[in-house]
Design a protein around this ligand. Structure first.
Ligand SMILES: [Mg+2]
Length: 257
């Protein structure tokens, strides 16, 4: 399964209404005087940027389509089910692993479903797409002196496929898969392990991630600069994010960078 998956999105998805909540840190401010509400980052207070991949840099439409349509369709064909039957059979299997490392593990799903998950992903790899204005942002942050890490729950095979398709790897100091540590980013044990291998100052580190469960775990670890994505899937409506600051696209973070 990929970054934000089958059920996580549907639970979060609501129509957008402007929110002015959650002014948590001196580095992230919301400008309430302008309309629409804008986010202002004090980049002088940030020297490390942690970026999620699916739903943050890349359009979550690929993953949503893959797991919600393409896998059930292939499963249905292989087992002689209707598409509806296949979705009904798969839903509890997906639900059971939500938020766990297995959720993101292509080997696990290949075995559990008896499908070539990596091969299937390659079949529809043409749908992999970078979200709007991400490249401009990555170019700007790469040219600054900041450390920029890609921190994803994606399996290494999925990460490799997506970097091959998008060439975004050139912008990062390191590409980190939570599979290397044995804990998903939603798990409290992940964050100390990441900090141990890639030292960062909690007060001067910005995390951008579309997963609210991941942002919550990072907040509990002590990260203060946290931003979510209100439109991780280009084909779905914006979400209301109530517990974290959120951007619709990366133009909102370019000021002062
Ligand atoms: Mg994500």
């Amino acid at each position: 399964m990929d970054e934000s998956g089958y059920f996580a999105y549907s639970e979060d998805a609501k129509l957008l209404t402007p929110s002015i909540k959650n002014i948590r840190s001196p580095a992230i401010l919301l400008n309430h005087l302008s309309r629409p509400t804008t986010l202002i980052i004090n980049w002088e207070k940030i020297d490390t940027v942690l970026l999620d991949m699916d739903g943050t840099l890349l359009d979550l439409n690929f993953d949503n389509h893959f797991w919600q349509e393409f896998v059930p369709l292939t499963y249905a064909k292989q087992r002689g089910h209707s598409l509806t039957e296949a979705k009904t059979l798969l839903a509890p299997q997906f639900k059971k692993m939500e938020g766990q490392l297995e959720w993101y593990c292509l080997d696990y799903w290949s075995e559990a479903l008896q499908l070539d998950i990596v091969g299937l992903k390659m079949e529809i790899a043409g749908l992999i797409a970078v979200l709007p204005h991400v490249v401009d942002f990555l170019e700007a942050i790469h040219q600054s002196s900041r450390t920029v890490l890609l921190v994803t729950n994606a399996h290494r095979n999925s990460l490799g496929l997506k970097m091959d398709k998008t060439c975004l790897n050139r912008f990062f100091d390191a590409l980190i898969s939570s599979h290397d540590y044995g804990y998903a980013k939603e798990h409290p044990a992940f964050w100390p392990l990441l900090q141990q291998q890639h030292p960062f100052d909690k007060q001067r580190t910005l995390l951008i991630d579309d997963s609210l469960a991941v942002l919550t775990a990072a907040r509990q670890f002590g990260l203060e600069q946290l931003i979510s994505i209100s439109k991780p899937d280009s084909k779905r409506p914006k979400r209301v994010i109530e517990d974290f600051s959120a951007i619709e696209d990366f133009r909102e973070l370019m000021k002062g960078l």
